[in-house]
Structures are given as C-alpha cells and as structure tokens.
Design a binder for this molecule. Structure first.
Ligand SMILES: *Cc1c(COP(=O)(O)O)cnc(C)c1O
Length: 405
C-alpha cells in the first residue's frame, strides 16, 4: 500500500539530499570539531557551512544560531535564559494555544512561584492583542508567543508583538518550529529576541534544533558544560545532524516559493473538496494561515475514527483530540478557540509538503466522504441524515470545559 503522508506538522520525511549530506559524517568524518588535529579541522569547516546555511534561511548572522537537540530544548533554553538573566522579573506572558513545550513549561514555572499570564484567542484562533498589551508589565521577564500554530496553522502577528515588547523593554521569544521553511523571514530586520526551530519539521532528522539569540541579548546557557557554541550550549556538537539541518535549510529556502504556491493551492483544493461534506467546517483563521495546513471538523463523529479509516487507505493525518485516560478530549487549542464539542471531537488536521501530489489530493477527496457517511450512520449524535436532538449533546469527559460551559 502506498503511503499518502498528510501529517507534515507532526514530522517530515528526511530529504534524500539531506541524508546524502550527512552520511560522510557517520562514516569516515568522525572528528570532534574542538580537536586541534586534522580530523577536528575537517568537520569544523562543515559546521561553519551548516550554520551559515541556517542563518541564511533565518535572515540572521551565523553567530546568532545556537544548536540544540530539538524544538523543545530550544523553547526550554529561551524561557530559562530570560528568567535567569532577569531575576527581579518573575512574570511570563504566553498564549493559551502554544505547543506543550511552552504550555507545560509555563505550568511548571507557575509551580516554582513565577506568575504566568496566558492570553486567549478568539473563535478563529487569533490572539487578543489588547489583552496582550495589558498583560505586559515592568515585572514581565519574557513574552513567548508562537509564530504559527501546529494544529490550525494560524499565523500570529509576531513582528508586531516583537515591536511592542521592545518598546516596553521586555524580551520576546517566538516558537517558530512550524513557521521556519513555510514563511519567509529576515530576523535581523525584526525586533524578535529569540526564536526556536526544529530540524524534523523541515526534512532534517529528529534530534536537532536551534535557537536564534539576537546579538547583544543577555543569555544564560540551559545546558551547562564545555565551551561549545561559544559557551552557550555545552556538549560535543552533533556534527552529522548540524550538517543535515544546514542542507535542509538550503532546500527549504529554495522551496519557499513552491510551498506558498503549489502546496498552498493543493491544500486549498483539498480543503474546498472536504468542505462539500455536510456539517464540516475549517478551524482557524483562513487568511492568516500556514500554506500547508488545514484543520477541518466533521461534526458528530470522532476524529480518531476518521484517522483509523483513513489509515486503511494509507492516508496519514492527525486529529485534534487526544485520547487521555480512556476519554477522548479535544485539544487545548480547539478548546481555547471555543470550538463546539461536536466539532472539536471530529477535527482532523491535514498538513502537506512539497512532496505531495495532485493525485494524492484526488485520492483523499474520493475516500473521505464515504468514511464520514459510514461513521455518522453509527453516531449517537446523528439521525435520519442530520444531527440528532441537540439536548443529547453532552460530552462524557470531566476535563472538557466546552460542555461544562
Ligand atoms: C514539533 C513542535 C515543537 C517540538 O519540537 P521537537 O523537536 O519535537 O521537540 C515545538 N513547538 C511546535 C510549534 C512544534 O510544532
């Protein structure tokens, strides 16, 4: 069975050119870049090239890039550094729809005694900018707002937020794990202080990430150790992966126009086709959105069941609810947006990339409607070709605040 991979926001396939670039560093080129002999020297040059390629994609200078092990480590480093360099400021501002790398960190920091403000979003997943402006105070050490949401693809006005933070003398970090390679950026022209990315979301392998730290920003390492990365991240450099990320960055820069034309058009066609299914809707602002992502709800059925049926045809996607302790619970993102529970439970995320084809879109469009029909025929919320009596519509999850309200 052929795989149709529409789950690129979860992870991406390593590009063959990336693999090829990495391979020599898993074979003969094993030197430690810190070594004084020729084995060190021959790999150090390739790290410099990788760093330059990544800096070119980001529009910054190579000294502003710190390699980490993943997007999560980059996020942790940014939060940690901002708090440690400004010990008098014990307040953090973030949003209610961040990735768990930020959300769970924020709750951890709250337990440590920091105060945390989580800014809400509207029904389209757009940040409340006035609430954000009110939340920032002289006590605020850091504002951390992601560039693009991984579930809905909604793009946040981070350049504007960065300007506001700079005016108020507050450090601004953005988790750009979903944005890098999909949105053109020139960090040197912005007021962004720190930015996180992860290699495996742009066709490099899992286990490599980076943090952009603006030149001149006070910084404290998260991983304390050797003098690597100019003393900003201890640990011997992950040479093959740094080289691979450099190649992936070069490819991403070259493919940005295609991502925003051909991929966007495929996504739009897929979405338009799926919206022909009755009682379906798009979650998230369709205007300010990543070119590759659509999050669609098929009301009155479970996203998990749709995924299960799609996988019979080799189609990979993901759903907006997570099965925790036996009860299906809509994601914190859809809950923050106030998506009604009959829709939140039936949400599916499809995320494309430049490897996808029009034939794959045709195939998915052919398979989807019968799956939805079949599941609705079995749904207690569906009767005689339409929604059942709405008084029946309650969710059995205690944690689902949509039903409680
Ligand atoms: C995937 C992702 C992360 C985590 O990256 P890892 O490399 O898996 O640690 C963080 N933030 C966002 C928005 C993501 O999509």
């Amino acid at each position: 069975m052929k795989t149709i991979y529409f789950d690129n926001n979860a992870t991406t396939e390593v590009d063959p050119e990336v693999f090829e670039a990495m391979e020599p560093f898993l074979k003969g080129l094993y030197g430690n870049p810190s070594s004084m002999h020729h084995k060190g020297g021959e790999v150090a040059a390739h790290i410099r090239l990788g760093r330059q390629r990544l800096a070119d994609l980001l529009g910054c200078s190579p000294e502003e890039v710190i390699y980490t092990s993943c997007g999560t480590e980059s996020d942790n480093t940014a939060l940690w550094s901002a708090l440690r360099t400004q010990p008098d400021r014990r307040h953090l501002v973030t949003s209610r729809v961040e990735h768990s790398a930020i959300v769970n960190n924020a709750s951890f920091l709250r337990r440590l005694g920091y105060s945390v403000t989580e800014i809400g979003v509207d029904r389209q997943g757009r940040l409340d900018m006035e609430e954000l402006a009110r939340a920032v105070t002289p006590e605020t050490a850091l504002v951390s707002i992601h560039w693009a949401n991984n579930e809905t693809g909604v793009v946040f006005p981070v350049l504007e937020i960065a300007e506001m933070c700079r005016e108020r003398g507050v450090v601004f970090h953005t988790d750009a794990v979903q944005a890098v390679g999909k949105i053109p950026m020139a960090l040197s022209d912005t007021k962004i202080d720190m930015l996180s990315l992860a290699g495996h979301k742009l066709h490099a392998p899992k286990g490599i990430g980076a943090l952009y730290v603006r030149r001149g920003l006070k910084f404290q390492p998260f991983m304390v150790g050797g003098h690597q990365e100019h003393g900003r991240r201890g640990g011997t450099e992950n040479v093959p992966y740094i080289v691979g990320l450099g190649k992936a960055a070069e490819l991403a820069a070259a493919r940005l126009p295609e991502e925003n034309s051909r991929v966007r058009a495929m996504r739009d066609r897929l979405e338009a086709g799926l919206l022909k299914v009755p009682y379906s809707m798009v979650n998230g602002d369709r205007e300010h959105r990543l070119p590759n992502t659509t999050n669609i709800s098929f009301e009155y059925i479970e996203g998990e069941s749709i995924l299960f049926h799609l996988s019979h045809f080799g189609i990979c996607a993901s759903s907006g609810s997570a099965c925790t302790s036996g009860s299906l619970e809509p994601s914190h993102v859809l809950r923050a947006m106030g998506v009604p529970f009959t829709a939140a439970h039936g949400s599916i995320r499809l995320s494309l990339c430049t490897y996808n084809t029009e034939e794959e879109v045709d195939f998915a469009l052919e398979k989807f409607p019968p799956i939805v029909d079949k599941l609705r025929a079995l749904s207690p919320f569906w009767k005689d070709g339409g929604p059942a009596d709405s008084t029946l519509l309650t969710c059995d999850s205690d944690a689902c605040n949509l039903c409680a309200s």
